[in-house]
Design a protein around this ligand. Structure first.
Ligand code: GDP
Ligand code: MG
Length: 252
């Protein structure tokens, strides 16, 4: 079976005029090295964006800490073109020795960005936690986002004319934040089907199994249902920012 990313639904999100030109989307991944960012991106877009990367030794990793890289890839599905730009922030926070989520550096990072980008928090390597640990951690992260005043992407309110199924799906999405995700670059066999997953002595965790993690929810949101909103909102925020800056310079 051919795997699909699913962005062919994009024409439904925007004016048909843009279909011919194709779409562009920029996604930045942030977090310490080894967290699973590259694997997740590869799993989301089914492309090996990082195939040319070299393995770095420890010393190189340190010097590389906050070097930001950009990968661009054109993908096409059912005649719909998507120009995808991935901004990778390898090893952000590596130099800081702290194991708690939302340490000061993460908070500062998010606060510096939250007016400019739409932040979608994820909980990486969900397969290394038990379901109840995932639940607890999600709760804690949501509390801390609130506590530190970090503005994350807010799902738009459903139109009143949306059907019940859509509303329910949207509600589920909101409640899943931060998305607990699993990434994998390998295809394994589970119950006779070849799926993207991770093989353990006790069994297989499937990336695209909703019972195993929120990967499909995250991907649907990013590419099938909310891509246009994520982009529009960012533009609006850029505009607001410019207006605020102008007001500042006028005051001075
Ligand atoms: P990055 O430095 O954040 O880009 O992390 P990578 O994607 O390079 O992954 C680092 C290591 O974690 C690799 O050995 C991956 O195979 C592993 N890894 C990535 N995603 C997952 C996951 O969801 N679960 C588990 N258990 N390991 C993962
Ligand atoms: Mg990486």
């Amino acid at each position: 079976d051919k795997e699909y990313v699913g962005f062919a639904t994009l024409p439904n999100q925007v004016h048909r005029k843009s279909v011919k030109k194709g779409f562009d989307f920029t996604l930045m991944v942030a977090g310490e090295s080894g967290l699973g960012k590259s694997t997740l991106v590869n799993s989301l877009f089914l492309t090996d964006l990082y195939k040319d990367r070299k393995l770095l030794n420890a010393e190189e990793r340190i010097t590389q800490t906050v070097e930001i890289t950009k990968h661009t890839v054109d993908i096409e599905e059912k005649g719909v073109k998507l120009k995808l730009t991935i901004v990778d922030t390898p090893g952000f926070g590596d130099a800081v020795n702290n194991t708690e989520w939302l340490r000061p550096l993460d908070v500062e990072f998010m606060k510096a960005l939250h007016e400019k980008v739409n932040i979608v928090p994820v909980l990486a390597k969900a397969d290394t936690l038990t379901p109840s640990e995932v639940k607890k951690k999600k709760l804690k992260i949501r509390e801390e986002i609130e506590q530190y005043g970090i503005k994350i992407y807010q799902f738009p309110d459903c139109d009143s004319d949306e059907d019940e199924e859509f509303k329910q799906q949207d509600q589920e999405l909101k409640e899943s934040i931060p998305f607990a995700v699993i990434g994998s670059n390998t295809v394994v066999e589970a119950k006779g089907k070849r799926v993207r997953g991770r093989l353990y002595p006790w069994g297989i965790v499937e990336v695209e199994n909703a019972a195993h993690c929120d990967f499909v929810k995250l991907r649907n949101m990013l590419v099938r249902t909310h891509m246009q909103d994520l982009k529009d909102l960012r533009r609006m925020q850029e505009m607001l920012q410019k207006i605020q800056e102008q007001m500042h310079t006028q005051k001075e």
